[in-house]
Design a protein around this ligand. Structure first.
Ligand SMILES: C[S@@+](CC[C@H](N)C(=O)[O-])C[C@H]1O[C@@H](n2cnc3c(N)ncnc32)[C@H](O)[C@@H]1O
Length: 320
């Protein structure tokens, strides 16, 4: 789906490094669409990576029926239309609205917009002005909330919200705070959370934040581009929330979510998990069981064979 860039990979890599440096130095700043280097780097690097992040989140949502009954999407801070394209390629929607404040971005990405389902591009700062059946609509903000101080006016008229943010400590923890605000406003978390209680990472830690790790198989041109870059993307991460006014179906018993990478310690291997307000670890004691490494972000079923010791769920048999 993504075309191999015609520009030399050396030029492209310089643009990518420059835009990456810009995002790191100015995490809250507006994407500098007016600069040609930004458009080049975004189209061939940040757009494909963000597309993959959106696909992961959509798949997580589809696993729990999150998108059922939703007919329309509104993509706030659409840029190239990353979230909209990922949605369109994974479900059928009757209409897609893109909201983007930068005319340069709108002009630059018309070819991508043309692939969407009945797309309409708008420059507005007020969602209330959009004439739509909001009880059948999804509002998505993909890497755009980070450039704003708060959710756009009128967000709470939407049945469903899909929010992706950079998985940095700062943005990740702000998203956990937003999660609590959404619950207080009457929304239910469908993913990544398996519960509606307070987030254990916000409650028991001042530094942790929630994110999924996605393992990617990059095409050859991307691997060649990465040879010119000081950073690699064997895995990519994203922090996200899928929230609806409708309540999710009850979960099967003993579901837990991995919210940490595997940590090898003396005599044991541990992975942070989430199933409620407690900060708990799935634990493999080396003298009793071969340790497993479960993908961060995945949901697994806890077998009955474990003992609870303080904040450790010590497995007696491998989990599935
Ligand atoms: C980092 S880009 C993300 C683009 C795209 N959603 C993605 O995931 O690749 C953030 C986008 O949000 C847009 N944006 C920021 N504040 C906005 C606002 N108040 N209204 C509309 N768009 C906004 C910026 O112009 C930029 O295109």
């Amino acid at each position: 789906m993504f075309l191999e860039p015609q520009q030399s990979l050396k030029n492209l890599s310089e643009a990518v490094i420059r835009l990456s440096d810009f995002f790191i130095a100015h995490p809250d700043a507006q994407t500098p669409w007016e600069s040609p280097y930004c458009q080049l780097a975004y189209r061939h690097y940040f757009f494909p990576l963000n597309y993959l992040r959106n696909v992961r989140v959509i798949q997580q949502g589809q696993n729990v029926g999150f998108f059922n009954g939703l007919d329309h999407s509104v993509d706030w801070g659409a840029g190239p239309g990353t979230a909209s394209l990922a949605l369109k390629n994974h479900m059928s929607l009757k209409s897609q609205i893109l909201i983007e404040k930068s005319q340069q971005a709108i002009n630059a990405f018309k070819d991508i917009y043309s692939q969407l389902s009945v797309p309409k591009v708008m420059i507005t700062s007020d969602l209330k002005k959009i004439n739509l059946q909001k009880n059948k609509s999804l509002l998505t903000l993909s890497y755009s909330l980070t450039e704003m101080t708060e959710l756009p006016e009128g967000w709470d008229e939407f049945e469903a919200l899909m929010i992706l943010e950079p998985s940095t400590r700062d943005d990740g923890r702000k998203l956990l705070e937003l999660r609590q605000k959404l619950i207080e406003a009457g929304y239910f978390m469908w993913a990544p959370c398996l519960h509606q209680q307070r987030c254990p990472l916000l409650l028991h830690s001042k530094t942790d934040w929630c994110h999924d790790r996605i393992h990617v198989q990059a095409p050859d041109w991307f691997k060649k581009l990465e040879q010119f870059l000081p950073f690699k993307n064997n895995t990519i991460t994203t922090s996200y929330l899928l929230a609806r006014k409708q309540k999710p179906a009850a979960l099967a018993a003993n579901q837990i979510r991995l919210i940490g990478d595997s940590m090898k310690e003396k005599g044991k291997t541990r992975q942070l998990i989430c199933r409620g307000e407690e900060r708990e670890f799935l634990t493999w004691m080396h003298k009793e069981i071969e340790p497993q490494t479960l993908p961060r972000g995945d949901v697994v079923t806890l077998s009955e064979d474990y003992i609870l010791k303080s904040n450790e769920i010590r497995l007696k048999k491998p989990t599935t």
